[in-house]
Design a protein around this ligand. Structure first.
Ligand SMILES: C[C@](O)(CO)[C@H](O)COP(=O)(O)OP(=O)(O)OC[C@H]1O[C@@H](n2ccc(N)nc2=O)[C@H](O)[C@@H]1O
Ligand SMILES: Nc1ncnc2c1ncn2[C@@H]1O[C@H](COP(=O)(O)OP(=O)(O)OP(=O)(O)O)[C@@H](O)[C@H]1O
Length: 321
């Protein structure tokens, strides 16, 4: 019997808090970050095929590689290696539908890699558990483990060590997409450059923000959003200053550059406010387009299968019950 294709939905992320520490010997920066998964998603479909291939549709699809440079294809190879399979025998067709902006600082490539891992684990019946998938994910990129896990989580190391944060409340966001992407290593490099010879300001610890997440009051959270990479993204794209101001002028509680940017995320009081802010921001001419999103949402999950097929982990430790 030919296995049916499996489609996995995977969320974008925003860093509610991101402290960038020193550069490590391996070239990565030590991070302390709080991720939140948003309802802006990519869908990754995996199906057996005579010849392996990748097709990409949706927003920004033209700038996504369809060869071995695609992070989702690297995930196929990594999973095959770990599972003792030949990824070409039989082949795999990966179909990616992009809803997450490409090179936007919302971990779109990481989401696709997580989707490929999760989908193929099911398609190939490898039955790898959560920890093994997270381990492979971390080898692929710093943001990939969070795309698998979703929700809200504290990330340390280079961002790959996760502790889930229990956030019972839903937050409403407006996402402003820029006309072209930013290269993540370039943004870290710009931060290093800005910091050279200065005692630059670093975001303070994440504890107050974790505290605010337990209250569920978006006003408390808005006050504590912070991203060390924002200064670097704004330095590379000075017009982001105007975008950030326009979102707040439109009625958002606060605006922040998402990760390495250039996407900006605006926290709003409630869903109605988010729709109002999105409409006004869209008319302000400061970004390519806007989206409304909510968070937190779950990590990678098979479409049409909300309960089964997720590797069931032992309950992980949680910050702030
Ligand atoms: C900006 C964030 O999205 C915040 O969550 C992430 O730190 C980036 O994660 P990512 O895109 O998965 O990054 P990776 O693929 O692991 O690394 C890409 C490049 O970003 C820089 N990088 C990334 C993570 C980190 N902790 N320090 C770094 O300096 C390095 O130059 C690295 O070569
Ligand atoms: N599946 C993929 N989707 C998007 N881009 C990909 C993918 N695979 C490889 N890439 C390449 O990676 C680059 C960064 O893409 P991505 O959308 O992951 O950036 P990002 O969201 O800023 O990443 P992050 O927030 O994790 O730093 C793109 O310019 C593209 O060339």
């Amino acid at each position: 019997m030919v296995p049916t294709p499996i489609t996995v939905r995977v969320p974008a992320k925003v860093n509610l808090h991101l402290t960038v520490g020193d550069t490590r010997a391996d070239g990565y920066h030590e991070l302390a970050t709080v991720f939140q998964a948003l309802s802006l998603v990519d869908e990754v479909t995996v199906r057996p095929a005579d010849q392996s291939g990748i097709d990409v549709r949706g927003d920004g699809a033209d700038s996504v590689p369809t060869d071995s440079g695609n992070l989702a294809w690297k995930a196929v190879r990594a999973l095959a290696e770990r599972g003792g399979r030949d990824p070409e025998e039989p082949g795999v067709q990966l179909s990616i539908h992009k809803g997450i902006p490409v090179a936007g600082g919302m971990a779109g490539g990481s989401a696709d890699a997580a989707g490929a891992l999760f989908g193929l684990n099911a398609l190939w019946r490898l039955e790898m558990g959560r920890d093994e998938l997270l381990d492979i994910a971390a080898e692929l990129g710093s943001d990939v483990p969070f795309a698998l896990q979703g929700g809200t989580a504290l990330g340390t190391g280079r961002g790959e060590h996760l502790v889930p944060v229990l956030a019972r409340h839903t937050y409403h966001w407006v996402i402003a997409l820029d006309s072209s992407g930013l290269h993540t290593p370039g943004v870290y490099g710009e931060l290093d450059r800005l910091r050279e010879g200065t005692h630059s300001q670093r975001a303070s610890g994440a504890e107050p923000l974790l505290e605010a997440l337990t209250s569920g009051d978006p006003r408390e959270l808005a006050f504590l959003l912070g991203n060390d990479l924002q200064a670097a993204a704004v330095s590379l794209r000075p017009h982001l200053r105007r975008t950030l101001r326009a979102g707040v002028d439109a009625g958002a509680l606060a605006g922040i550059v998402s990760g390495s940017g250039p996407t900006c995320a605006f926290l709003c009081s409630d869903s109605e406010d988010a729709v109002r802010v999105a409409a006004e921001l869209s008319g302000a001419g400061v970004c390519r387009t806007v989206r409304v999103a909510r968070g937190p949402v779950p990590g990678a999950r098979i479409v049409g299968d909300d309960h089964a097929d997720r590797p069931t982990p032992p309950t992980p430790p949680q910050v702030h019950a």
